[in-house]
Design a protein around this ligand. Structure first.
Ligand SMILES: [Zn+2]
Length: 116
């Protein structure tokens, strides 16, 4: 399954965001709700089968629960402006950030006495 360029409409993105309780989601009709529950419960084989009929929804669901930035990408697809990434220590927006989401200066602070 390739997710290199999933085409996910804003509407589907918002439905999947709702399913995962993410900000910006909205509740779809009862059929789509149950369909998303089915996709969430499906094993690999059933996911592939559902994807034949509902490629966009299945791609969006897989994106949300498989990829670390999946929710962020769905928010982009929904046209929701994502909050900027901030350093958890100084709240600065200048990246790059470490895995602990610290900016470079905070990740390697200068010792106070100036001796390394
Ligand atoms: Zn910082």
């Amino acid at each position: 399954m390739s997710l290199t360029s999933p085409t996910i409409s804003a509407e589907t993105a918002r439905h999947v965001l709702w399913h995962y309780g993410a900000e910006g989601g909205y509740q779809p009709g009862s059929f789509t709700q149950r369909l998303m529950e089915a996709v969430a419960a499906a094993d690999v084989v059933h996911t592939a089968r559902l994807r034949v009929v509902y490629p966009e929804l299945v791609d969006a669901m897989v994106l949300a629960c498989t990829y670390r930035d999946g929710i962020t990408r769905l928010k982009e697809a929904a046209g929701i402006k994502a909050a900027p990434l901030r350093c958890t220590r100084c709240q600065g927006e200048d990246g790059p950030f470490t895995d602990e989401q610290l900016c470079e200066p905070c990740a390697r602070p200068m010792p106070l006495d100036g001796v390394a």
